[in-house]
Write a protein that binds this ligand. Structure first.
Ligand SMILES: [Zn+2]
Length: 310
């Protein structure tokens, strides 16, 4: 890992330039007004994949989907195949007043943790696409290999921010081409600047209808309450059970130094505190215990969350 990081440090200037090229494209997918820009960001993504050495680089489409950029490097027979997922479309810029620099003019600014590149899509998700390519380059340079140690496939979607309406169709249409042993979704964040992060679980959304059937007629609570399950109570119990385990896992996690909030990026820190808030009493106790170790801005964030303690 040290050799990989050294290689990346040495290439900082070129890296920032290449990333800036990608995030300068306003590939906004919601609203459907930026189709040409989305085509262009797919092209730029493909060009960068080619430069990184990926083979069979192409733009995949299905029916009238936005373009998916695809590339692979499968020169390791017998080794596992890793499919990396990311997306090259972005959210709209919304109100320009909220931006300290124009959203599609990548701008470097200093922060408490060092210089950062600001632009729409830098953190979600073009930066991640780009880091995969950098990681590949550094892996080859640091090991002296001429092809990666595992088989790689990289799918970069162009409509994630619009709810991926054609993704299932694309997966079905390219089933064999995209076959793999492991999928790594890199539409996630980093805990801190210095800690390479692999996210092993995320919350998601589901849309469904749950029907619970109870007695067909009224049953008097004084006579039957407790003995006959009440559909509303059972539904609440059922829904409540779906979230409990993660709260406990999160409240236990911060004993690990990798979870020390003072090392988090401001975004990760806010999300973390918000999660602690949701864990209830244990989360608050934990936050209070950590408060003394935090720097000033982290303490402010923590105080804001603690003020919400019921
Ligand atoms: Zn994303």
């Amino acid at each position: 890992m040290k050799d990989v990081l050294k290689r990346l440090d040495g290439q900082r200037k070129t890296m920032v330039k290449d990333l800036a090229e990608l995030v300068a494209v306003p590939s906004i997918s919601p609203g459907g007004k930026h189709q040409r820009d989305i085509d262009r960001s797919a092209k730029v993504t493909c060009a960068q994949m080619k430069r990184a050495g990926l083979k069979n680089v192409s733009v995949l489409r299905t029916s009238n989907s936005n373009p998916f950029a695809y590339g692979e490097w499968t020169g390791a027979p017998g080794k596992p195949t890793l499919l990396l997922y990311a997306h090259h479309d972005v959210q709209p810029e919304n109100d320009p007043v909220d931006w300290d620099s124009p959203p599609f003019e990548p701008t470097e600014r200093d922060s408490a943790q060092g210089p950062r590149l600001y632009a729409r899509g830098a953190a979600d998700d073009k930066g991640q696409v780009f880091f995969h390519l950098l990681g590949l380059d550094a892996h080859l340079a640091a090991t002296g290999r001429t092809s990666p140690a595992v088989n790689l496939k990289l799918v970069v979607e162009g409509e994630e921010e619009s709810g991926s309406p054609h993704f299932a169709e694309l997966l079905r249409a390219h089933r064999d081409e995209l076959a793999c042993d492991v999928v790594v979704v890199s539409d996630t964040g980093m805990w801190s600047r210095d800690a390479p992060t692999v996210c092993v679980g995320m919350r998601g959304m589901t849309d469904c209808q749950v029907d619970l059937r109870g007695p067909s007629g009224d049953v008097h609570s004084g006579s039957f309450g407790g003995a006959i399950p009440n559909p509303l109570t059972e539904l609440a119990r059922l829904l409540g059970r779906r979230t409990g385990e993660l709260h406990l896992a999160l409240a236990d996690a911060p004993d690990d130094p990798a979870f020390a909030p003072e090392t988090f990026t401001p975004f990760a820190r806010r999300s973390f505190y918000q999660s602690l808030r949701n864990t209830g009493v244990r989360g608050f106790d934990l936050l209070r215990a950590q408060e003394a170790r935090l720097d000033e801005s982290a303490r402010e964030d923590a105080a804001r969350v603690l003020a919400l303690n019921p």
